[in-house]
Design a protein around this ligand. Structure first.
Ligand code: PLP
Length: 374
């Protein structure tokens, strides 16, 4: 997608606060101690820019990173040369040499992947590092209990594989009272004890479940980027993203009139409508039509009518006339309306909002120990 590199003509701007991400990482690390704290930077650091976020975290002392795909790892590798970099989606046949050449570590999710990595180590005549993923209740990726027992009993199955990490993933960690949580933790404790290597169970929400969930390493993603890891309590994380879009036009309307595609909003009485340069192609979901809110000058304004590809319309009739003018920016995500609030209006979760937000926006980075460039 064409993104402008010129802030003066940008109609939408995504500002990412690298210092706030680092502060969130430190807070999570404090909660998890004595476990170490890694960072999950898959999906381009949840849309925030992995090649900017990961070096800032590495400079702050983060030594371990996780991405989903090998291509994400290849893009990121030159930016964090010294860090441990795991690929969660596993080892695809034929990619072994790439893992080696770039010092990447596969998360082995199946016995076939273990066999592939074992054969590769044998061919190399050298042991190779890996993580072993155990399924404890997600039924998504990872070995079943019987398979863990098998590789624990028959040492030849892990010959040449240096087990750096044994990991699992929680299904209901954001629901504090869920019986799934202690059940998965106990299953993981039992199964992971059969294998060598550091142990890692928790992502963002798990870190808030208590000391017996932390093991040796935690793997937060969403909480680094300001999503609330404890949805039923106040958010302990700092907001890190601000997405703004430009007001392109302001129009006085009089009854009776309708706004936008499908004429889904009917103006009753005198009002004013501002047209703003963000739409579903900017990650402003169509489900926000007649439901979302933006913020102008600190005031919440409702989206009226449908969300178009490139535009939305908001009712600003309750604001003073000079408070809304073309050229001003409206906040879509930010301190007055955070990612979780927008997600609730859109009927989704903060993760989906962030990974879609501002793909067409001019990106501005603040903070971090590395000089800002575009
Ligand atoms: C995405 C992911 C994480 C991070 O999860 P958050 O909820 O974003 O903290 C950790 N571990 C695995 C295996 C993941 O897929």
């Amino acid at each position: 997608m064409a993104t402008t590199t010129a802030p003066d003509r940008a109609t939408s701007i995504l500002t990412v606060d690298l210092d706030a991400i680092v502060a969130n990482w430190r807070l999570l690390g404090d909660r998890a101690r004595p476990a170490a704290c890694a960072a999950v930077v898959k999906a381009d650091a949840y849309g925030m820019g992995a090649t900017r976020v990961a070096p800032a975290l590495a400079a702050a002392g983060c030594a371990t990173f996780f991405v989903a795909t090998i291509d994400e790892a290849l893009d990121l590798r030159p930016h964090i040369p010294g860090a441990e970099l795991f690929v969660l989606n596993g080892l695809l046949p034929g990619t072994e040499a790439l893992f080696d050449a770039h010092g990447l570590i596969p998360v082995l999710n199946t016995l076939d992947q273990i066999a592939g990595w074992r054969a590769h180590a044998r061919a190399r005549g050298q042991s190779r590092p890996a993580a072993i993923h155990i399924d404890t209740g997600m039924n998504r990726l990872g070995l079943e209990a019987g398979q863990v027992a098998r590789i624990a009993e028959d040492k030849t199955l892990l010959a040449g594989i240096e087990t750096r990490l044994v990991m699992s993933h929680m299904a209901c960690a954001d629901e504090e009272g869920s019986p799934m949580n202690p059940a998965q933790r106990d299953r993981f404790a039992t199964l992971s004890a059969l294998l060598p290597g550091r142990r890692s169970l928790g992502a963002s929400s798990t870190i808030f479940l208590g000391p017996d969930y932390q093991f040796d390493l935690v793997r937060p993603g969403a909480a680094l980027y300001g999503v609330n890891p404890t949805p039923h309590r106040p958010n302990p994380m700092a907001g890190i993203a601000r997405l703004e879009a430009k007001i392109l036009q302001v129009r006085d309307v009089d009854t009776p009139m309708t706004v936008g595609y499908g004429a889904t909003h009917r103006v009753v009485g005198k009002s004013r409508i501002a047209t703003v340069a963000a739409g579903y192609a900017d990650g402003y979901f169509r489900s926000l039509g007649n439901r979302g809110h933006g913020v102008i000058g600190g005031h919440l304004v409702p989206v009226v009518g449908r969300v178009s590809m490139d535009l939305i319309t908001v009712d600003v009739g309750h604001l003073p006339a000079d408070a809304v003018r073309p050229g001003m920016m409206m906040e879509l995500i930010g301190p007055h309306h955070d990612v979780d609030a927008l997600a609730a209006e859109a009927g989704t979760i903060g993760y989906e909002i962030l990974t879609n937000a501002g793909r067409r926006a001019f990106r501005r980075y603040v903070g971090g120990s590395i000089p800002a460039t575009t």
